[in-house]
Design a binder for this molecule. Structure first.
Ligand code: SAH
Ligand code: DHB
Ligand code: MG
Length: 223
């Protein structure tokens, strides 16, 4: 569902006041469009929200699942210290190529790295490297695998880490217990995991705006 004019107007107002873009972010969106990537990056207001979460968290390391053209990656990488590290996993080599250029143009290529391949293949490889725990994980890829991504996030984080999942509402379809849509099933499985896992405490919040009616889930990793 696309949003109402009112949702767009309010988003434009908040974004112009609170989350203005700059050359690198404008260029990233321009390049995404020029390369024919889908127009599904988070909005600037959502990206700033993620950036603030990373800063509140004092994050030094971020794991992102689903890079697209690196728009959210740039906002998140800007929350990190100079010696911070962001690893972003992207299935499509074509998307990743655009992202790598966008990240370099933003001057973040020493902080943010894109790894190409299905995330469920990249994640075990990443785990084999025994990286320091990630302070924040942003899950924004194929929704059917959302619960698997939460499981991997649990392996790659520490007590106090934060997990964010994008697009958990999708126009409200998440509330349908009879859905057979793999995306809905994957997201419902992730919500179920957050609800029942002894190491997770979480919630989900609905949003409206330029990207329609959707929402984020947020979970904190416990002991
Ligand atoms: N986080 C981005 C948007 C990501 S869109 C932003 O807000 O700017 C979702 C991305 O996930 C797409 O680029 C898609 O190619 C990627 N994707 C889909 N399936 C995937 C998989 N199995 N593993 C990794 N990435 C995947
Ligand atoms: C889709 C994916 C996203 O990550 C998003 O933010 C919006 C839409 C999609 O696959 O349609
Ligand atoms: Mg998304």
């Amino acid at each position: 569902m696309t949003g109402s004019q009112l949702w767009d107007d309010v988003d434009d107002y908040f974004i112009s006041q609170l989350a203005p873009d700059d050359e690198a972010l404008q260029a990233a969106l321009r390049e995404n469009e020029a390369a024919g990537l889908p127009d599904i990056a988070v909005t600037a207001a959502q990206a700033k929200f993620l950036q603030l979460l990373a800063q509140l968290q004092g994050a030094r390391t971020v794991l992102e699942i689903g890079t697209l053209g690196g728009y959210s990656t740039i906002w998140l990488a800007r929350a990190l210290p100079e010696d911070g590290r962001l690893v972003s996993l992207e299935y499509s080599a074509r998307h990743a190529e655009v992202a790598v250029r966008n990240i370099a143009r933003a001057g973040l290529d020493r902080v943010a790295e894109v790894r190409v391949g299905p995330a469920l293949e990249s994640l075990p490889k990443l785990a084999d490297e025994n990286p320091p725990p990630f302070d924040l994980v942003f899950i924004d890829a194929d929704k059917a695998n959302n619960a698997h991504y939460v499981e991997w996030a649990l392996k790659l984080t520490r007590a106090g880490s934060v997990i964010v999942i994008d697009n958990v509402v999708r126009g409200g379809r998440v509330a349908d217990p009879d859905s057979t849509d793999p995306d809905v099933l994957g997201t419902r499985a992730a919500i179920d995991l957050i609800a029942t896992h002894p190491r997770l405490s979480g919630t989900a919040v609905q949003t409206v705006g330029r990207k329609g009616y959707d929402g984020f889930a947020l979970a904190r990793v416990l002991a």
